[in-house]
Design a protein around this ligand. Structure first.
Ligand code: C5P
Length: 228
């Protein structure tokens, strides 16, 4: 089932469509996040869905259960393949998110995954800022078990933690992907596409290593070759 998902972190749809031009015929899986959605709104999701793109809508919902359920009811009308919420919102919030998605036939087919810990969070930040004095992989495992209890399909985590998630019978969607010679930028827990495959990631999410490459199509093909 493995797939490479391109993180389309563009500020507007003109930039996205310009980026997608050379990908014609390749029909890549796209991740749309808050940057572009806050500019273009959910109409962009419908437009890309109608054009035949598979979409991971990465809005990372995190609020009281009632608000998350109602927000997911609206997302359930968009026909996206994957969407997410933060596991830090708790089991009741994740259950509410699933209920919201299940309100439409299309939404029932949408995979719901929970963000465990952001791939930009280090052990030091976890302990000193979030006051969670546990090893990162233990925190990820506990959050993943909570997601499973809430009836979710899987989690967002670092490729370094993908093997733990596989053992739990959940899917893992893993950002924090870099080629061996790339800059980490703000990411902390990174790995190559080949390592992600070896460690059991179900999907990899790749942003700047593709969108910032001199030849984005070649970088995408390199990811597919290493991962799929
Ligand atoms: O450019 P880069 O490959 O670092 O992009 C990673 C993408 O994955 C970004 O869109 C970011 O919002 C997202 N993401 C992440 N870590 C998570 C969840 C999502 O980096 N835990």
């Amino acid at each position: 089932m493995g797939d490479v998902i391109i993180a389309c972190d563009f500020s507007n749809q003109e930039a996205l469509f310009e980026f997608l031009k050379p990908f014609e015929g390749l029909n890549p899986y796209l991740k749309l996040g808050m940057e572009i959605i806050y500019k273009e709104g959910p109409q962009l999701v419908k437009k890309l869905h109608d054009m035949g793109f598979k979409i991971f809508l990465d809005l990372k919902l995190h609020d009281i259960p009632n608000t998350v359920e109602k927000a997911m009811r609206n997302i359930a009308t968009l026909g996206v393949e994957i969407t997410n919420c933060h596991a830090a919102g708790g089991i009741a919030m994740m259950e509410a998110a699933r209920r919201g998605l299940d309100s439409t036939e299309e939404g029932k087919k949408t995979k719901l995954i929970a963000v465990t810990q952001l791939t930009s969070t280090s052990q030091e930040v976890l302990e000193k800022e979030l006051l969670i004095e546990k090893p990162l992989d233990e925190v990820v495992k506990t959050y993943a078990l909570n997601a499973k209890k809430a009836g979710l399909d899987g989690v967002v985590c670092s490729p370094l933690e993908a093997s733990i998630i596989k053992e739990l019978g959940l899917i893992s969607v893993t950002p924090g992907i870099r080629f061996a010679d790339d800059s980490a930028n703000d990411q902390k827990r990174i790995a190559t596409p080949a390592f992600a495959k070896e460690n059991g990631s179900t999907y990899i999410v790749v942003g700047r290593s593709i969108t910032g490459a001199a030849d984005p199509v070649a970088a995408y093909k390199k990811c597919v070759k290493e991962f799929c």
